[in-house]
Design a protein around this ligand. Structure first.
Ligand code: 5GP
Length: 176
């Protein structure tokens, strides 16, 4: 389970894991957020309506879900994760802190990895540099990031994302 502050590069590290460690199965989350340019349905996320998200919650189809950055909802479809684990496979979930806490309760044996930035200044630089969000959205994400940084102690392991390839290798090495 990989969590960490917004803009630390969780998505980039996960993409690197997919490229170099295809034996690791990566969960595809459901979200009510609209796709960004270049994002594809079922590859980056399952992009769904609020009504469909409501239905999935009611049908207990989500292992965890949360409202992230105070706007959109994100969740992990339960069945694909359970199937992979039942087959003895390795599953990687990239989720926010609230989601990680829910999974902690549901799957206490999971390994909780905190992806940290080299410094707070670097995190701010990455958040601003992405340039895909409005100023208001950026402020909201910075506020979330500040709270998320404070939660590092709740995690089993910290990996510093100074270099993406190294961070991806460190993450996969945790499975031994
Ligand atoms: P973004 O909108 O930039 O793709 O993602 C925003 C945040 O949502 C990230 O911090 C990411 O970790 C979180 N997120 C993505 N998928 C899930 C999920 O399935 N569950 C939870 N709880 N958070 C998620």
């Amino acid at each position: 389970m990989l969590a960490g502050p917004t803009a630390v590069g969780k998505g980039t590290v996960v993409a690197e894991v997919r490229r170099h460690h295809p034996q690791v199965w990566v969960s595809v989350s459901v979200t009510t957020r609209p796709p960004r340019p270049g994002e594809r349905h079922a590859e980056h996320y399952l992009f769904v309506t609020g009504a469909e998200f409501d239905r999935m919650i009611a049908a207990d189809e989500l292992l965890e879900w949360a409202v992230v950055h105070g706007t959109h909802r994100y969740g992990t479809p339960r069945r694909p994760v359970e199937r992979v684990l039942a087959d003895g496979g390795r599953a990687l979930l990239e989720i926010d802190l609230q989601g990680a806490r829910q999974v902690r309760t549901a799957m206490p044996d999971a390994c909780f990895v905190f992806l940290a930035p080299p410094s707070w200044e670097e995190l701010v630089r990455r958040l601003v540099g992405r340039g895909t969000e409005s100023a208001e959205e950026r402020e909201r994400r910075l506020a979330t990031a500040r709270a998320e940084m404070a939660a590092e102690a709740e995690f089993d392991v910290t990996i510093v994302n100074a270099e993406v390839r190294q961070a991806a290798d460190d993450l996969v090495a945790l499975w031994g």
